[in-house]
Write a protein that binds this ligand. Structure first.
Ligand code: CAA
Length: 259
């Protein structure tokens, strides 16, 4: 395992790796170094067949308060243009294994954008979500204007992006940002249990399922259905599909190999 300073990594024996944002002194602000470590950790997990699902989390009281404003203050337009951050975000965006975000407390700006990169979000009842960039005279810079509207619709997305107002966990659940709410002390455990349930499925089927759901943002319904059909047929050529169906018929648990 690499020697990280801004994140910590922990893996279990059920295919789940927990990546924890760990800059409590700065409310887990996403400085460039943290994003580089996150991208590196995901790249390592991508190459490790023992990892089936990732959980990204902060602490029981805080997910992340956004981009590091102190670092950002040092960057002019040219420096921002040359910055490595978009490359790190691209690596995070292109990670193909399932990601669950376990979110407690403040989940703001780039922190909220990171949580929206996850495939499933479990929120603690103390979670607060917001895009407060407008208060700084800027706008979301890691997909907030695009992802939020696709999740919650125009009116709420506009309200959050234009006013900087936060929403709570209940509102996030109602708006489709969170899949589930739990007590803050249970958020991580709940996310890990879900991740373990996911990690034991066929990695090929998981990868295609994630790809197809994300593709629905980009394609017409016809194109999406066509891609789904082709992937469905492709899976018939895998051992995992035979194993899954055999296990069901033989009334036993499947043992997927990723073949
Ligand atoms: N960047 C850098 N440092 C931050 C930070 C951030 N985003 N958020 C908090 N901190 C630091 C504070 O400066 C403070 O450090 P010091 O003790 O050294 O002064 C420490 O964390 C604790 O913060 P507060 O004292 O402000 O804590 P609070 O509990 O009173 O308030 C808060 C918490 C509401 C989250 C408040 O800190 C806040 O509003 N933070 C900024 C949120 C924000 O604007 N996020 C958007 C950033 S821009 C962005 O993310 C762009 C993008 O899309 C890529």
């Amino acid at each position: 395992m690499r020697d990280y300073s801004d994140i910590t990594i922990e893996s279990d024996d059920k295919g789940v790796r927990v990546i924890r944002l760990n800059r409590p002194e700065a409310h887990n602000a996403l400085r460039t170094h943290l994003l580089a470590e996150l991208a590196d950790a995901l790249s390592a997990a991508q190459q490790n067949d023992a990892i089936g699902c990732i959980v990204i989390t902060g602490s029981e009281t805080l997910f992340a308060a956004g981009a590091d404003i102190k670092e950002m203050a040092q960057l002019d337009a040219v420096a921002l243009w040359k910055d490595q951050r978009p490359l790190h975000w691209k690596s995070i965006r292109e990670f193909t294994k399932p990601v669950v975000a376990a979110v407690n407390g403040y989940c703001l700006g780039g922190g909220f954008e990171l949580a929206m990169h996850a495939d499933i979000l479990i929120a603690g009842s103390n979670a607060q979500f917001g895009q407060p960039e407008i208060n700084l005279g800027i706008i979301p810079g890691a997909g907030g204007t695009q992802r939020l509207v696709r999740t919650v619709g125009k009116s709420l997305a506009m309200k959050m992006v234009l006013s900087g107002e936060f929403i709570n966990a209940q509102q996030a659940l109602a708006a489709g940002i969170a899949a589930e709410i739990t007590q803050p002390e249970n958020t991580l455990r709940c996310a890990i249990q879900l991740a373990q349930k996911i990690a034991c499925k066929s990695p090929i089927a998981l990868r295609l399922a994630k790809e197809l759901v994300l593709k629905s943002y980009e394609t017409t319904l016809e194109q999406g259905l066509d891609a789904e059909r082709k992937s469905f047929v492709f899976l018939a050529a895998t051992d995992d599909r035979n194993e899954g169906i055999s296990a069901f018929l033989e009334k036993r648990e499947p043992r997927f190999t990723g073949q």
